[in-house]
Design a protein around this ligand. Sequence first.
Ligand code: SF4
Length: 461
Amino acid sequence: MKTPETPAFECETGNYHTFCPISCVAWLYQKIEDSFSLVVGTKTCGYFLQNALGVMIFAEPRYAMAELEEGDISAQSNDQKELEKICLQIRDDRNPSVIIWIGTCTTEIIKMDLEGIAPKLERQIGIPIVVARANGLDYAFTQGEDTVLAAMAHRCPEYKWCETNSKRQDQSGRIRVNTTSNNKITSQKSELTGSNLVLFGSLPSSVASQLNSELKRQSILISGWLPSQKYDELPGLGGDVYVCGVNPFLSRTATTLMRRRKCQLIGAPFPIGPDGTRAWIEKICSVFNIKPDGLEEKENRIWKNIEDYIRVVTGKSVFFMGDNLLEISLARFLIRCGMIVYEIGIPYMDRRYQAAELLLLQHTCIKMKTPVPRIVEKPDNYGQVQRMHELKPHLAITGMAHANPLEARNIDTKWSVEFTFAQIHGSGNARDILELVTRPLRCKGGLTSGSRSLSKQTTII
Ligand code: SF4
């Protein structure tokens, strides 16, 4: 028997809706400004991208499909020649610093040797080619970014090489590696410590610089981000480098950084919500033997600042169907805000990488005197809908496939995909998370649990 404080893990059939991981090209091409992503797949993948990414496709994005034809699948065409033609065209039209090949279900099934072809073509066309297998057979949604970053970790220079070059902080607050030797290290830098800290995870630049400055306030200067904004600014990695993730779905990247690049992983909760951000900074400070300064006051200030939202959510219940791997961190924050979480569905749960986050979830539940929610890995959407009928949650956080049908049955919903694209990291963005969560609750205004019927088909006996 499990004690109520221990999270109960379950695993279901994996019959759930989520985005295909190739969708990561949408945000990665914007983050790595000089990259070009090439999805090697079929029309199915093309249709998905075209529909999922909406108006973005009209803005000449730096991604494209290499659409496989009959000849490619029956091995009548030469894969290398075909890819060479496309990559030469990309080089001539866009001149990127790196081309990212995204493998798909089809390239897996026909066993196309993308990793074998890439080094040959790379030499031929003179542009680095990174291969990531972000296919729907093995991964879900945000894990696409994980596969790309894990592949990119191999391309980061050795840390020692970086040390011979001076580093400086540019005016925007971003740290970058300088390849010229005549730059002086600013006097401010000598007061800061922890310059061998690399953060991994793709965040919008404004959010990344917020986290940079939160750490800088504790006298910790980071040496780089994976991914960096430009391909040639990738951070140096090696045995002396500490790495820390900002997103819960980057377990493969973490493993690659530890095993292949010998980095030291800082296992911390993720900087989502003021509680998570504080715990994240505290953990990093503890590794560098720094006593955190003013964190508690800052956290309290933020809780005070979001009191209006907390009044709306306190006592309300929420059900995460699970599709983007941010669920544990969001649930932990919402429990701290006073919500009751019935179930946390999650596509994949790496208990080692998320250990600190799970511990914080447990502590939060004890603190808020609420039961620890059950965590359902690879959920079965059908079973979840049945459970929702019984549990009658105030809010379901779900994908677009279920949102309207649930609304029609009187269950308020929030599209989970919005949490992936909204700015939710750092203590300053706590309002944004609650803005998203409370929108459906506020729309209806003054709900009471007694006034709702969860299913129009339910007959009351
Ligand atoms: S699940 Fe497979 S076939 Fe479907 S879009 Fe993703 S990679 Fe393409």
